[in-house]
Write a protein that binds this ligand. Structure first.
Ligand code: PGA
Length: 229
């Protein structure tokens, strides 16, 4: 299983340091075949070492240049970051990233050999129309994306389940992941209100290869409930 922690706009440099120190101590007990990835905010990036990978939640697809407020490859290289989240629904919906923007970002970081966790997900309105409509929407989010790229994972995150406490049902996750696997044969994470109370049933689903976790990743205790479940 892959356990990815997305801190979003939470934690400081200091609290991330404390978190990682505590996490590393407990990761000695994890299954050796499991992987842990941490996505702290930009200001908390550093050369952390341990049995986990630190990635970036977002970056601008340039090496460097005049892009006020953005971070490019040069800033990430200082901390040996070569893993990135692309296409998260918060970036698509709140920061207005279009599919074209997302695809451009994907192409740039693919070119750099980054490991990419590529997020897709549907709104409640689409989910209520059934699996066919959901798949049509999800497949449209692969437009311009090379799904055969070697260092590529997909995170399926229904928007209505993110940060809401409302997880997709086992049936919804199963049918969506089964359909996605037929199209993209890559590691497939589920995200959306994953927590200690539902990790066992979600992790047991055949085509769930991991989880992308927001809220429950913010404290080591609740994140470790998932990693060590
Ligand atoms: P959540 O967030 O676990 O708080 O629902 C998941 C995500 O957005 O990656």
């Amino acid at each position: 299983m892959i356990y990815a922690a997305n801190f979003k706009t939470n934690h400081t440099r200091k609290s991330t340091e404390n978190y990682i120190e505590d996490l590393q101590r407990h990761l000695l007990n994890k299954n050796s075949e499991d992987r842990v990835l941490i996505f702290p905010p930009l200001t908390a990036l550093d050369n952390y070492e341990g049995d986990f990978t630190v990635g970036v939640q977002n970056a601008y697809p340039v090496n460097n240049g005049a892009f006020t407020g953005e971070v490019g490859l040069e800033q990430l290289a200082e901390f040996n970051i070569n893993t990135i989240l692309i296409g998260h629904s918060e970036r698509r919906d709140i920061l207005n990233e279009s599919q074209e923007d997302v695809a451009k970002k994907f192409a740039f970081f693919k070119e750099q050999g980054f490991e990419i966790i590529y997020c897709i997900g549907e709104s409640l309105e689409v989910r209520e129309q059934g699996l066919e409509a959901v798949m049509e929407h999800l497949l449209s989010q692969f437009e311009g994306i090379d799904t055969t790229y070697e260092h590529f994972m997909v995170a399926y995150e229904p928007i209505w389940a993110i940060g809401t406490g409302r997880t997709a049902s086992v049936e919804e996750i199963t049918s969506t992941h089964d359909a996605l696997k037929k199209v993209v044969n890559k590691p497939l994470l589920y995200g959306g209100s994953v927590k200690g109370a539902n990790i066992a049933e979600i992790a047991a689903i055949e085509n769930v290869d991991g989880v992308l976790v927001g809220g429950a990743s913010l404290k080591t205790e609740t994140f470790l409930e998932l990693v060590l479940h």
